[in-house]
Write a protein that binds this ligand. Structure first.
Ligand code: F6R
Length: 587
């Protein structure tokens, strides 16, 4: 269930009279083939890896062992070289290139070499010496009813089952057993036994925390007959975006209610600037957010790449609003950037899909997109849910600030409510999109161009295609082509132009003519009642006409299907593209 978070190697240790460990470079199915069919045990730890230190080889797969101790770890131990040197002097041999192996040896050392300690005490001693990020689960052969765990800057959640307890980096791991969970906070460590869960804070004080029930169910995290999670998640969008806006829109009054933002109207009126922080697909959503906040709420908005922002010198005075967009709520760079902006006193709103994720504890308020679990590594339904969240927040702020009228808001609200039905129409045109995808699947390069609100759609279209089909793809603001990239356009380059009507329509038509003049094949995404476009484009993929500001949601669905079918035609690993992982919890 966790394979989407990393899939270059995998391993397990189970206690079956003694610790038995199996690991392999490859997928879970390779590990399954390795494990004896009759394996038994009352306790175990497992791991599916996304390599940071050390290549994806069997010796680097987790669990890592030290005599009677076995450890799995997510995160990065920054001082591992120093620890490795010290432990080598104590006679420990290292068999991998990973940072994790030092945890196993250090745990063993701490349990045995300075007086005898139990597993829990040993881990408590060990984490004091670790610099970096970690979610750890550890077993010791001498304590066959216990798993010790610890967390810092890497997600860890406990599941309380009827027949046992679980620790995992994501609730999807144990959804088939329980939906009753306890989220572990940074710096906490603890001990799981079949009938008990103990958690202690940094100071060693016992924590008592109530369990929560997660809304997600097992069906939501399974494929339900679709060939891939990505296809299932694309098809879920009529429902997922409905869940994003449910209960928040009043068509009659032209208002959006988002109580969970906890912003005072007076503070909203005073806002002059907002900073959106995100990575990847979420960053692409952020670009749309910028245009919406500026148009609908008259708030100057910057969009920052989290990995850059955290090392820059932002000029913030504390009165700005920070909006962190992160599907997983666990992206290390986004979390660090948010901490940096909070240090200036900025108020942070998080837009996330994962209840209880780390960002929800870092931010001052949280907007949940409620799209349900997304397992395919390529973000699809969570992207459109983020777009809808941004429409809602922009209208909400804009109404309070008196920038848009009730009537304009009503038009948008009516438009938003129509989106689920319109997405369904796009999904119904799957066959045309597939035909187009198959026709160009052998191309080496693709360009995606759009202007204004369609610019982030172009960026996201290109990201999706390169990520799952391995075709080189560039997303460009269409007006930028002539400043360099036009040199790359030949008759071998399909150019996808997002050409919905609005005040930049004529301009994108000119850009289409520019690339046609260089013999490119143009695939246009256009509204179903636009007959003009056929004069210029070679292929037209249709979306229903919508409110001008809302078409990015519909165009994005077309481009998701285009990527999916291209990758499918190329026999790519759609749900688990090479080199990637779903949550990037390391820097
Ligand atoms: C692409 C994709 C990534 C994520 C990025 C940020 O399909 O999924 O680009 O958008 O890693 O992840 P979150 O939104 O979880 O912070």
């Amino acid at each position: 269930m966790l394979e989407y978070r990393g899939y270059d190697s995998a391993g397990v240790t189970v206690f079956n009279g003694s610790l038995e460990t199996y690991k392999i470079a490859g997928r879970i199915k390779d590990l399954e083939a390795l494990i004896p069919e009759n394996i038994e045990g009352n306790i175990g730890i497992g791991h599916t890896r996304w390599a940071t230190h050390g290549r994806p080889e069997t010796k680097n797969a987790h669990p890592h062992l030290s005599s009677n101790v076995s450890v799995v770890h997510n995160g990065i131990i920054e001082n591992y070289l120093e620890l490795k040197e010290r432990l080598s002097l104590h006679g420990y041999d290292f068999h991998s290139d990973t940072d994790t192996e030092v945890i196993a040896h250090l745990l063993h050392y701490n349990m045995n070499c300075n007086g005898t300690r139990c597993l829990f005490e040993g881990l408590a001693e060990t984490v004091k010496e670790l610099h970096g990020s970690y979610a750890i689960a550890a077993l010791c052969e001498d304590e066959p009813d216990s798993i010790a765990f610890a967390r810092k800057d890497s997600p860890l959640v406990i599941g309380i089952g009827k027949e046992g307890n679980y620790a995992a980096s994501d609730v999807t791991a144990f959804l088939r057993h329980t939906r009753e969970v306890i989220y572990i906070d940074d710096g906490e460590i603890g001990l799981l036994k079949p009938g008990s869960i103990e958690i202690f804070d940094k100071a060693g004080i016992k924590v008592s925390r109530n369990a929560q029930i997660v809304e997600w169910n097992l069906e939501a995290a399974e494929k339900a007959g679709y060939e891939h999670f990505m296809l299932k998640e694309i098809h879920e969008q009529p429902t997922s975006i409905q869940n994003t806006f449910a209960g928040k829109l009043s068509e009659l009054e032209g208002t959006v209610t988002i109580d969970e933002l906890y912003l005072e109207p007076e503070d909203i009126k005073k806002l002059r600037r907002a900073t959106i922080i995100a990575c990847g697909t979420s960053w692409n959503a952020g670009i749309l957010g910028k245009y919406l906040f500026e148009k609908l709420a008259a708030i100057h908005t910057d969009v920052e790449t989290a990995s850059e922002f955290r090392y820059s010198n932002p000029v913030l005075c504390g009165e700005e609003l920070t909006i962190a967009i992160t599907q997983s709520g666990e992206t290390a760079d986004t979390l660090a950037a948010v901490r940096s902006s909070s240090s200036y006193g900025c108020r942070t709103i998080a837009i996330t899909n994962v209840v209880g994720s780390t960002i929800t504890r870092e931010a001052d308020s949280v907007f949940y997109t409620r799209a349900g679990p997304e397992i395919g590594v390529a973000a699809t339904k969570t992207f459109t849910a983020q777009l809808v969240a941004l429409y809602l927040i922009a209208i909400y702020l804009g109404r309070i600030r008196g920038v848009i009228s009730a009537n304009d808001a009503k038009d948008l609200i009516v438009g938003i409510k129509r989106l689920p039905g319109q997405i369904q129409k796009v999904l119904n045109s799957n066959d045309e999109i597939k035909e187009c995808a198959v026709r160009f699947a052998d191309k080496r390069d693709y360009f995606f161009i759009g202007r204004y609100l369609n610019y982030p759609v172009a960026l996201e279209g290109a990201l999706k295609l390169k990520e799952i089909s391995y075709i080189h793809a560039e997303g460009y603001a269409a007006g930028e082509l002539k400043h360099g990239p036009l040199a790359l356009i030949t008759e071998e380059t399909p150019v996808v132009a997002i050409a919905t009507r609005g005040h930049t329509y004529d301009k994108i038509l000119s850009n289409i003519k520019e690339v046609k003049a260089r013999n490119a094949t143009v695939i246009a995404v256009a509204e179903d009642d636009d007959s003009e476009i056929e004069k210029y484009a070679d292929v037209v993929l249709r979306i229903p006409s919508s409110h001008e500001l809302l078409s990015p949601v519909l165009s994005s669905v077309v481009l998701q299907l285009l990527s999916y079918h291209t990758a499918h035609a190329k026999y790519c690993s759609i749900d688990k593209p090479r080199n990637l992982a779903k949550s990037v919890t390391v820097e």
